[in-house]
Design a protein around this ligand. Structure first.
Ligand code: PLP
Length: 417
């Protein structure tokens, strides 16, 4: 059975699928495109910036960017200029914005790549203007001023905005830059009952007045991330939060930023599916310690199954007890809890009864799914086991795990992997 059709029909990649992937993060680009359509339905004709920073939250930025654009995203958002360079190198020409710089950022490269740039402080503006003077791009560099309306990270404080805006206006008059956008980032949008989001929106309005008083005319205002985009309507703050453009990351990947709300409830389909195959099955007596520290000890004769993924693959070491769904050829699929410490390369499942090493049951080689769509465990369960959020789990799956993307309306070859 092919990798793609196996996954589509059964929710896992079967052992007999072609390819030598012993472990894989399958990236379902059809699900990603579905999510883009879903997000589009929430925002109407507003601009959608698909946030593909951090290698698309670990999903593989190039293929994800192609799918996001094919499904109707207007632009791509990254954090570093170097992340944008990777996408440009792959031939992606869509509008792209990068918004976190250091004094070592290569702004001349940014100009050559035709990037739009977020600007949070004066030194960035000065360096960008200097790069524009040297590189003389045919068009003014498009800038988005980033204001701190309460998050306390990057972004210019309102008290310092007037000066920054005046300087930006001076460079506009010289034809070096054009302030196309004004934006801010929300601190508590994932907790929709909290009042600070509305305060940030009001501060943002003040920032706009300051920018306009300096003579700037930003056409594109943007605040919303994934949680704001999904809660704006319920909060009756659609216009105040969605403005002209939204910057959506997590939602693209089919994950929910809202505690206690599943992707399904948001109308999203999880995109990443993390799987390997059981690599050892063995009978052990009662009293068998398992993994470093021997913190798990069997209380009866039982069968242990080895899952060949560990913290070098990006599964957090602290996440003892995370779920693994196993699909043996000769027995019912079931979700188990990992036992004992997660090691660099492996973790252990107690199958709960002796005698399960019988080859007829097919536990050896059985697909073992840590998270994915459908019946598979959600990413959030691993996040809970690790004391973190789903964003971190997918983003930190390491390069040791190959990303295998399937689907995607942009692929012009129809060959299945
Ligand atoms: C990462 C990021 C986003 C996307 O946030 P999600 O919650 O993943 O949608 C939006 N804006 C900025 C400034 C970001 O850094």
């Amino acid at each position: 059975m092919s990798l793609t059709s196996g996954y589509r029909q059964q929710g896992f990649v079967p052992l007999d699928a072609p390819g030598d992937f012993e472990r894989l993060a399958l990236i379902d680009l059809d699900a990603l495109e579905y999510n883009v359509t879903r997000i589009r339905s929430l925002i109407g004709g507003r601009e959608l910036v698909a946030v593909v920073k951090a290698d698309a939250y670990g999903h593989g930025a190039v293929d994800v960017a192609r799918s996001a654009l094919a499904a109707g995203a207007d632009a791509l958002g990254v954090v570093h200029v170097r992340e944008a360079a990777t996408l440009r190198d792959a031939g992606i020409k869509a509008p792209m914005i990068a918004w976190l710089h250091t004094p070592r950022t290569d702004f001349e490269l940014a100009l050559r790549l035709n990037l739009q740039l977020g600007v949070s402080s004066l030194w960035e503006l000065e360096k960008i203007a200097a790069a524009a003077q040297t590189a003389t791009p045919s068009q003014p560099v498009l800038l988005h001023l980033k204001v701190d309306t309460g998050l306390g990270r990057n972004g210019v404080m309102l008290a310092d905005l007037e000066k920054l805006a005046a300087r930006a206006r001076a460079y506009e008059v010289q034809g070096l830059v054009k302030v196309r956008g004004l934006f801010t980032h929300l601190a508590v949008a994932d907790e929709p009952q909290r009042p600070e989001t509305a305060s940030q929106s009001a501060e943002f309005d003040r920032a706009l007045m300051i920018a306009e008083n300096a003579g700037l005319t930003p056409q594109v205002l943007h605040l919303a991330n994934t949680p704001a985009t999904f809660t704006a309507a319920d909060l009756q703050q659609e216009d105040a939060l969605l403005r002209d453009s939204v910057r959506v990351g997590l939602g693209l990947y089919g994950l929910s930023p809202l505690p206690g709300v599943s992707p399904q409830e948001l109308g999203l389909r999880p995109v990443m599916h993390l799987q390997t195959f059981i690599s050892s099955v063995k009978e052990v007596p009662a009293g068998q310690g398992v993994s470093y520290g021997l913190h798990y000890v069997t209380d009866q004769p039982t069968t242990l199954a080895l899952v060949p993924l560990g913290y070098a693959d990006g599964v957090p070491r602290v996440a003892t007890g995370g779920p693994v769904r196993i699909y043996p050829a000769g027995a019912e699929p079931r979700t188990y809890r990992e036992v004992g410490r997660i090691a660099m390369d492996q973790m252990v499942i107690d199958l709960g009864a002796p005698g399960l090493s019988d080859p007829a049951l097919g536990y050896l080689g059985a697909p073992a799914v840590l998270f994915g769509a459908g019946q598979n465990p959600p990413v959030t369960d691993w996040a809970q086991a690790a004391g973190t959020i789903n964003y971190e789990i997918v983003t930190r799956i390491s390069p040791r795990v190959p990303r295998v993307s399937v689907g995607g309306s942009w692929r012009n070859d129809t060959t299945e992997r």
